[in-house]
Design a protein around this ligand. Structure first.
Ligand SMILES: [Zn+2]
Length: 220
């Protein structure tokens, strides 16, 4: 195991220091207590015509608050801590692909779930990352309020910054409950986003090899 050099550590910190668009552009935000949040959920229950004091609903505001904390726990994580100790110097320079990484996220427009699979690849340039860290990186960005496009780019950029590889490619397939349950109610539609960097962008054959590897997955 080779520890991160100062430069590597700095570039990871730089990535984390960028204005978090998803967290309000760095503005001071008053964070209410969990008690206040649970009161809000009691209001929501009353708003939809329920009795918040009905036996079955008594602990619902607490459960929803706890669940929301888990579903947004990615805000409490950062790339540096997540990957720390899991980046190794290695001469391997063929494509590394991690396919079918399940993810569950919340769309920032409706706070409804969107979920699906991410396929991530990179071509190392002297550094590799422990394989289990790639799904954890996906989880970290998924467990925030997101749009699928931004989540896709963030995962790719985090890998790019952490490993400075020859290339990074990612394809994300997601189904959005805000489309399926409401609005246009398109039951079968799914969304595919991708982001390619380095060799995957400049070399068509490499890109095609990756796309062929991730193709042929069943629909979500
Ligand atoms: Zn939505």
């Amino acid at each position: 195991m080779t520890p991160l050099t100062d430069i590597e550590r700095l570039s990871l910190q730089a990535l984390e220091a960028r204005p978090p668009r998803e967290a309000g552009l760095g503005r001071e935000i008053h964070r209410p207590s969990q008690e206040a949040l649970e009161d809000n959920y009691r209001n929501i229950l009353a708003f939809v015509g329920e009795d918040p004091n009905r036996e079955g609903l008594l602990r619902t505001p607490h459960r929803v608050a706890e669940s929301l904390k888990f579903l947004t726990s990615g805000y409490g994580q950062n790339v540096e801590t997540l990957l720390n100790g899991a980046i190794f110097h290695e001469d391997y320079d063929d494509m590394v692909v991690v396919k079918d990484i399940e993810f569950y996220s919340l769309c920032e427009h409706h706070m409804l779930p969107f979920f699906g699979k991410a396929h991530v690849a990179y071509i190392p340039k002297g550094k590799i990352v422990g394989l289990s860290k790639i799904p954890r990186l996906v989880d970290m960005f998924a467990r925030r309020l997101q749009v699928q496009e931004r989540m896709t780019t963030q995962i790719a950029e985090a890998l790019e910054t952490a490993l400075q590889p020859k290339g990074v490619a990612i394809v994300v397939e997601g189904v959005h409950m805000c489309m399926r349950m409401r609005g246009v109610e398109k039951q079968e539609s799914s969304m595919v986003t991708s982001h390619v960097m380095g060799t995957f962008r400049t070399d068509r054959a490499t890109r095609q090899e990756f796309m062929a590897l991730v193709k042929g997955n069943g629909r979500i």
